[in-house]
Write a protein that binds this ligand. Structure first.
Ligand SMILES: O=C(O)CCC(=O)C(=O)O
Length: 352
């Protein structure tokens, strides 16, 4: 068995790559898909070599119980406070995205958007915890923050996230961006764990507009016929486990049918040489800051084209609202527009 695959290591991938460090990762068109040689030139800090190769090959990684308990406790405490604050909110906005049925007595949050800007404890986690070191092992030493969100998937009905790829939401000059998900509580198969299609980051980039030319942020059923959904890996794990998926990896999650929720704290990073070229719907003053290493002097460009999203500079709702094709009324959208502007200035709630 390869080192790092014994199941007893604190940091462990769900299966291991070949460990063949000369392997190139090519798209179906034969282009070089992942900038692996540059990353391989440095020894990993917290991952094993096999885990790094597993990510290059499969476009995802599960690291069980890697976040120390103290951080998990801190993130649970701050999250409880924000759930309490959501009791005063009755209509979704750019910060609190509410599930149908949410009430002051029985809150049902779908998402807390841009947690790093509403509470500095979330930024401390994104910038200071081990997750920055993990990302440095996967994209190179210079790591740039892009955005964050906290998806709850409430007990008994927390909504599905349909199969999609992320990069069409926030195109960058290359495909290094990845998202780190942290499970704040244990997550089993009934709670809607994150599901990924192994190797899909090396394949096609799909259309995330519907046949009426409206952005829906997910892959159509017709296109999904070209995806081997039977190969989906569902990433379950104890509290403090971390999921990582590349921005091209097809992923999604089923509804939560269990009696306990599934708060998943998502932070997106890239190599420092990846630059976004569309409006960041969850942008904050932290977007573009390096959490490890130093800023880039040159942008690295991947020649593969990327679909672009609508212009969200006037306000963004959420992936849930978009995929469910929910209509938000004019007042809601006006609040969202003000909060989105405030978010970019660092004060979303003041602006709302
Ligand atoms: O919450 C989840 O299960 C998946 C979230 C996701 O893919 C997203 O927000 O882009």
């Amino acid at each position: 068995m390869l080192p790092g695959c014994t199941g007893t290591d604190r940091v462990r991938g769900p299966g291991c790559g070949t460990g063949d460090s000369t392997r190139r990762f090519e798209t179906r068109e034969g282009e070089y898909a992942v900038d692996v040689e540059r990353v391989r030139s440095q020894p990993p800090r917290v991952l094993s070599y096999e885990q790094r190769e597993f990510y290059f090959e499969n476009g995802y990684l599960l690291l069980e119980s890697i976040v120390p308990d103290e951080w998990v406790e801190r993130m649970r405490a701050v999250t409880d406070e924000w759930i309490d604050r959501s009791r005063a909110v009755s209509v979704s906005d750019a910060v609190f995205d509410l599930e149908p049925g949410h009430s002051a007595q029985a809150p049902r949050l779908r998402r807390l958007s841009s947690p790093v800007i509403v509470d500095e404890r979330y930024w401390a986690f994104a910038s200071e915890s081990i997750i920055g070191d993990v990302v440095a092992d996967l994209v190179g030493p210079d790591v740039k923050f892009h955005h964050s969100k906290l998806n709850f998937k409430w007990a008994q009905g927390g909504e599905e996230v349909r199969w999609h790829q992320d990069i069409q939401f926030w195109p960058h000059t290359n495909y290094s961006p990845l998202t780190v998900g942290t499970y704040l509580y244990d997550v089993g198969s009934e709670q809607g764990p994150l599901g990924v299609i192994p190797g899909s980051h090396l394949g096609e980039l799909f259309d995330e507009y519907n046949d009426k030319d409206q952005w829906v942020g997910c892959i159509s059923d017709a296109d999904l016929e070209r995806v081997d959904l039977d190969r989906a890996a569902y990433l379950t794990g104890p509290a403090g486990s971390v999921t990582i998926h590349n921005c091209r990896t097809i992923h999604g999650s089923k509804p939560n049918t269990a009696d306990i929720g599934r708060p998943l704290l998502l932070n997106t990073f890239s190599s420092a040489d990846a630059f976004p070229y569309t409006f960041n719907p969850l942008g904050t003053p932290y977007s573009g800051l390096c959490v490890r290493g130093k800023p880039a002097r040159y942008a690295r460009h991947d020649p593969r084209p990327c679909q672009v999203p609508p212009d969200w500079s006037g306000g963004y709702t959420s992936i849930f609202a978009l995929q469910q094709e929910e209509a938000w009324d004019e007042d809601q959208l006006a609040t969202v527009a003000a909060q989105t502007a405030g978010m970019h200035e660092g004060d979303p709630l003041g602006a709302g």
